[in-house]
Design a protein around this ligand. Structure first.
Ligand code: ZN
Length: 121
């Protein structure tokens, strides 16, 4: 139940309760899966995703090629995926790019991971 509560939108805390993955070196070495990228794209606004991609150095051509995507959710995901394909991102790269872009609350990143590790089948 704890995990589900943590997922409610609007609950945007500065800190996680325990085992925060953004401070875990092993976690930061991992590369996000497509599913992680999808979740990640949902946690950030379009503006934030754009700044994030610019921090990583995604080219304006790459942005241009995505202009035809009308749906915001799809656009955000495609931008992140393009970054992933271009730069072979790990969670550390992602974290650092968000930090450099001054996008608040790095702990949003944890939520991607928490959901993954608590998937009940
Ligand atoms: Zn955290």
């Amino acid at each position: 139940m704890q995990t589900i509560t943590a997922w409610f939108p609007g609950k945007d805390e500065d800190m996680c309760e325990q085992e925060c993955p953004v401070t875990n070196a092993e976690f930061l070495k991992e590369q996000p899966t497509d599913l992680d990228l999808r979740r990640l794209s949902l946690l950030y606004t379009k503006k934030e995703i754009r700044e994030f991609a610019q921090q990583l150095g995604l080219s304006s051509d790459a942005f241009h090629n995505l202009l035809h995507i009308e749906k915001t959710e799809t656009w955000k995901f495609e931008v992140i995926r393009k970054c992933q394909n271009s730069f072979a991102l790990t969670f550390r790269h992602i974290k650092e790019a968000f930090e450099r872009a001054n996008i608040p609350n790095i702990h949003r990143l944890c939520k991607v991971h928490f959901d993954e590790s608590k998937t009940y089948i």
